[in-house]
Design a protein. Sequence first.
Length: 295
Amino acid sequence: MPIRSMTGYAQVKGQINSSLAFSLSIKSVNHRFLDLHFRLPANTDALEMTLRRLLKEKVARGHVDVNLSLEQGGTAPLALNRQLVTAYVQAFRAASVEAGLAAEPDLNAVLRLPGALDSAAAPDEGELTPVALAKLDAALSQLNRMREEEGRAMERELRERMAHLESAGKEIRKHREAVLKTYSERLKSRMQEWLGASVDQDRILQEAALLADRSDIQEELVRLENHVQHFLGLLDANGEVGKKLDFLLQEMNREANTLLSKTSGLAGDAIRITEAGLAMKADIEKAREQVQNIE
């Protein structure tokens, strides 16, 4: 399965009988988990359960809204919902008496109430379910085509971001040795000033080497490179990789922060490392914005 965005929309239409049609739409946006919401005609609980099961088989993550609406033909007969209209009129008159007003409800307003007029041809669930399910595959295919198309665009950008990170890593490696040498010399000079010429020179060199090693960024560079390769491997594998990609980007950001903290306050080539490290963080953040919407 190719990489998919969690954003998509699909709509299909179908015919129930000669006077009644329906429209089935599916809209999805990003979400940490699969979050299904349904707007269906009344008394279709069994249909909802079936739709829920089938959607779980085709969609892994996202906030998904499913809307199934009936569309009546121009000659479809209408029936008065007597129970609803009578209840409204009685409530209106009771309120008028309580308020001491002489008023009667407006029939035009009453008939515009949701459900006041029902189609006499409205189907029962047994009639609606088979025709709706027959159109579901087409709707899901349309939805996933849109999600996959956007996913391909996101994948291209993510690969570009990883290329930038690899380039920045190579730039940092070019300056790493010079920074270590400068740092070691500076430490040696300061320790001689602090401790005096009588202190054992080998001890000074050992301490300076230890401090310089603690400030080395080799481990961070290696881990960043490994994370980038793992990230690219997940893109090659396709499938539901959004959460894994997000985790790797968090780890990359952590390594970039450590790299910057180890080289802060140093001049010369260290400035180039800082610039490259900040560029890394910018690319990681832009990649995270994209990954948040990958299934």
